[in-house]
Design a protein around this ligand. Sequence first.
Ligand code: 5CA
Length: 439
Amino acid sequence: MRLSAYFMPTMKETPAEAQIVSHRLMLRAGMVRQASAGIYSWLPLGFRVMKKIEQIVREEQDAAGAQELLMPTVQAADLWRESGRYDDYGKEMLRITDRHGRDMLYGPTNEELITDIFRHAVRSYRDLPRILYHIQWKFRDEVRPRFGVMRGREFLMKDSYSFDVDYESARKSYNKMFVSYLRTFARLGLRAIPMEAETGPIGGNLSHEFIILANTGETQVFCHGDLLAYDVLAEEIDYAGDLSHIVDYWTRCYARTDDKHEPEVFAAEVPDDKRVERRGIEVGHIFYFGSKYSEPLDAFVTLQDGSQTAVHMGSYGIGVSRLVGAIIEACHDDDGIIWPESVAPFKVGLINLKVGNDACDALCEQLYGPLRNAGVEVLYSDRDDSPGAKFAEMDLIGLPWQVVVGPRGVKNGMVELKSRATGERQELAPDSAVARLTA
Ligand code: 5CA
């Protein structure tokens, strides 16, 4: 993509309304624009990042055996009356009346709708277990939407739902999602720690929040420091096998959000020098709630002996749009964003320091073409701006690699390759730079 043709409305000033760094950087980098309180338009740069996150979430859900479908955003109120949540949900639910006077709502979550799909389709234990998921916009009329996309009113969530015949089987589904969440967040470049958590309006008695540590997080968390060193990607995962040893490993140390925190237990279980008390951002939340929805909504299956049982269910959420902000909270410096390569909107920023200089222009084209042909996503800074402005802009938007082409280097047939994360610079021949970036 040539920057001269790209829609990326960056800002030099720091927007006054943004209180936290991720919000400031997202506005400055031209990733989002507020449409109204807690509701955002995603501009091309931000949208690219969100799509990459979505794809990693999808790949890890699929690997765990979950199947993707798509439910609508607008739901009928009657279904929520059946579960009893229509009134319970309170003012957070956006209620809508259609032209026929029917009560509708913009879904804040989908337990009722998925249970409705399931009860009409499945009658026998033979059709279980199943895990279904979708990636869809939600609306919650939060009292205080804030911090940009971190606590929005409209936000993109991946929500999965599991259906099993009994607790043992449901626990296996829960474990699959638990492990797939660990892998998902690690692939996004994040260290997310599963913590015992309250279940709130979703319900049930078994639940973990996946938390990344950040000073701007909204939750106070307490955990054992050893959890910060675990590496899940090093492990071979067999989703068909028993995953309980991995879940046990990740849950044997103290890790709780403030709702579940017990200071005496924390003090007794965790040595002084290992106690971590920090703020955290909730990027995922998983729940097992048994028959909380299947019973009132009449989602029963017939077992082998002919008896009927309400299906055991769980639900599993990831805040896809929140993750864009959360990753920035975890990955930035004073100059701007530092994208992990897996979610970067482009891998390479190609900087032409002297647009209009024949040798510089030609060398840039000589890099731009082969990189693109090799499938590398390149943003080519081809506008006639000052070098300082170009460097600042590239650092702000945080692409992992910068290739700098200037008149001095061109004379010697060299370009400069800079890593945004480490700041390390290297002089290379253009071919070597291409080879390095396509390796
Ligand atoms: N039905 C369950 C799981 S599918 C559910 O709704 N869980 S949740 O309420 O915990 O939301 C799941 C995830 O969505 C959260 O972990 C968080 O990352 C994200 N999320 C929740 N509320 C917001 C919000 N207002 N803005 C942005 N992301 C949010």
